[in-house]
Ligand binder design. Structure first.
Ligand code: NDP
Length: 602
């Protein structure tokens, strides 16, 4: 037995490592990402928007604007806001949902909540003059705030909702992008920006018999309140006489299970891998705290949080929550170990991780009455192999007599039949299956975007990126002039995604604002600048993978389902030096004023 240097954290690290390996190996599967089914064809109805009353009728448009932004989620909204700040008036957001909000438009399942602190997650709070109601906002408030952002920055002007982009093509003669949509629009734009979101395409598990079920079914990101009754606050009264199956136990499932358990006659939760479920501890916003806020507080708070979760010491912990506690503790272990000199830092960090996971596992024992059920709910993998979750009601739900955990021992649901789901040869008959099975990650960019982009040299983005993504700063790619991407790949990863979006939006609007102000018709990345950035990404790529799982982790979307990344995929990694360094690179680039690596044409 080894003492990990904390007072009561004695454990056998070798046994723990072996257990983690066992759990991982049990879950590795040869099909990796191919285990999931694309939501198209006979499954396309899972994408149907249940939140619009009816499709809005309008004639197709054939007109021109300065900038078309694809996507009306936080990416599109933040870019729209920054473009307005940069003086861009002629702007059009195109969004497939019925309103702004993106993730928060689609994910309306009961209990949906953001687990990043609202004061740093909701963008542009000071600019808009809004203070969230609670430390962790629920989805309806975030959706409401998205619409408020749209109003504040006049982004409803010209916006097209219930409209899906079907293609982007560069027209060389007059240097314009042609944006085609499923409404027959032909929009011409000088600039386009793609803010499609990282988790925008729901996926289904490729369980044999998926299409055979005769009962009702839907995905968590298209919650069918018509079937369940109630709303985002719960009271799912139409489930009172229904047997419900929930497939998946990721972040979405953790939040909706308490409401399903409360309402359904019988709830079966089908688990493949348990989540780590830490304390939530939400509370209403303290008005005295608000009174004391000084101008510039939100940016300082965002940077303080990003520093702490990136391992950069801060004088104080302004957010002081599960994320900063989790990572903060590991950093302080790291620092004391470094100060002590001759110690194995990797081992110290590993022990800190063991401690945290032991704490998470003890929490299960404290909240779940049946010891066997408790054991099955315990995650045996390193923290950050899977996305950590925070919830105070999920675990106690398994004490309810109407709720049953169906643990699949890492194998997943065996089969779906006309009547229900089969695990270990037992058929569970249900009236409804809810898929909490997440979103596509790691599939081709154009598949997730839902359309192809044809650039100035006749090449599509898929063709150009066939052997690996290639951009400057993740945002622009040679051969695709006046086109910008807002995403993590070749940019950066942050736990607080809107922080990244803000930095990218500021950058993109700086470039577009300059081109418009100076009357340039085209801005394109120079080949050498793009090559140099790709080389930077490649040379630093291993660090980035470490931040998100790692090859020895339990499989999941954080580590490409446990399979080694192909060289081309490694190239799509975020900048390995971390977000703080990346943001500094962008800021210095802008401050230099020379637009290094970009070619402007009049
Ligand atoms: P996830 O991808 O995180 O979870 C999918 C779940 O489905 C996993 O538990 C997975 O198991 C399970 N699953 C997949 N296939 C099968 C199968 N064949 N049989 C049984 N189970 C199966 O999706 P979520 O929607 O939960 O979350 C997606 C992401 O959205 C989160 O990771 C997070 O980034 C974000 N999110 C953020 C929230 C917030 O508070 N800010 C709230 C909700 C979501 P396995 O783990 O074994 O693969």
């Amino acid at each position: 037995m080894v003492d990990s240097s904390e007072p009561d954290a004695a454990f056998d690290p070798e046994a723990m490592r072996a257990r983690y390996r066992l759990e991982r190996d049990k879950r590795l599967r040869p099909d990796g990402n191919d285990q999931y089914v694309e939501v198209t064809g006979r499954f396309a109805h899972y994408l149907h928007d249940p939140y619009v009353e009816a499709a809005v009728e309008r004639p197709p448009l054939d007109d021109e604007v300065d900038v078309v932004v694809v996507g009306g989620g936080f990416g599109g909204l933040q870019l729209g806001a920054r473009l307005r700040d940069a003086g861009v008036e002629d702007l059009r957001l195109v969004e497939k949902g019925g309103d702004f909000g993106g993730t928060w438009y689609w994910n309306r399942y009961p209990g949906a909540q953001c687990d990043i602190e609202s004061y740093i997650y909701l963008p542009l709070l000071e600019e808009v003059g809004y203070i969230p109601r609670e430390k962790y906002s629920y989805a309806p408030e975030i959706l409401e705030y998205s619409c408020r952002l749209g109003e504040h920055y006049r982004l409803y002007d010209g916006a097209l909702f219930q409209t899906e982009v079907t293609g982007l093509a560069w027209e060389h003669e007059d240097s314009r992008w042609i944006v085609s949509t499923d409404r027959g629009d032909r929009l011409r734009a000088r600039f386009v920006a793609m803010a499609n979101g990282p988790l925008n395409r729901p996926k289904l598990p490729g369980i044999p018999g998926l299409g055979d079920f005769r009962g009702h079914s839907f995905h968590t990101s298209r919650w069918d309140y018509g079937y369940t009754g109630g709303g985002p606050d719960g009271n799912l009264d139409r489930l009172a006489e229904k047997r419900v199956a929930l497939v998946g136990t990721g972040a979405s499932a953790i939040q909706c299970v308490p409401f399903l358990g409360e309402a359904a006659e019988r709830l079966y939760v089908f688990q493949r891998t348990p989540s780590s479920v830490d304390i939530r501890g939400n509370h209403p916003t303290d008005p005295d705290w608000v009174t004391g806020l000084e101008p510039g507080w939100q940016k300082r708070r965002m940077e303080n949080f990003n520093g702490l979760v990136s391992g950069v010491p801060q004088a104080e912990d302004l957010v002081d929550d599960g994320w900063t506690d989790l990572i903060g503790k590991m950093i302080s272990r790291f620092r004391s170990a470094s100060d002590a000199g001759d110690v194995d830092i990797a081992e110290v960090m590993e022990f800190a991780n063991f401690d945290k996971m032991n704490e998470i596992r003890s929490r299960v024992d404290g909240l779940v009455e049946d010891p066997e059920v408790a054991e099955r709910l315990k995650p045996y993998y390193r923290m950050f192999c899977k996305r950590p979750t925070f919830n105070d009601d999920y675990l106690p739900t398994f004490n309810r007599p109407n709720v049953e955990l169906v643990d699949t021992d890492g194998k997943g649901v065996e089969r779906i039949t006309e009547r229900g789901l089969v695990v270990a040869g037992v058929e569970y008959e249900v009236d409804c299956i809810i898929y909490a099975t997440g979103f596509e990650v790691g599939t081709a960019y154009e598949r997730r975007a839902g359309y192809e982009v044809r650039g100035s040299r006749g090449q599509t983005l898929t063709q150009k990126w066939a052997d690996g993504m290639s951009t400057l700063h993740g945002m622009q790619s040679r051969g695709f002039p006046n086109c910008f991407f807002l995403h993590i790949s070749q940019a950066a990863f942050t736990a607080n995604f809107p922080h990244l979006l803000d930095e990218l939006s500021t950058h993109v609007s700086h470039v577009i604002g300059h081109a418009l102000a100076e009357g340039f018709s085209m801005v394109e990345v120079a080949q050498e600048a793009e090559d140099a950035w790709v080389e930077t990404i490649r040379s630093k790529a291993s660090g980035a993978m470490g931040a998100l799982g790692g090859p020895d982790c339990t499989p999941g979307y954080y580590n490409n389902e446990g399979r080694a990344l192909e060289a081309s995929a490694v190239q799509a990694a975020p900048y390995g030096g971390g977000s703080i360094e990346f943001f500094r690179i962008l800021e210095q680039w802008r401050d230099d004023g020379g637009f290094a690596g970009l070619e402007f044409t009049s």
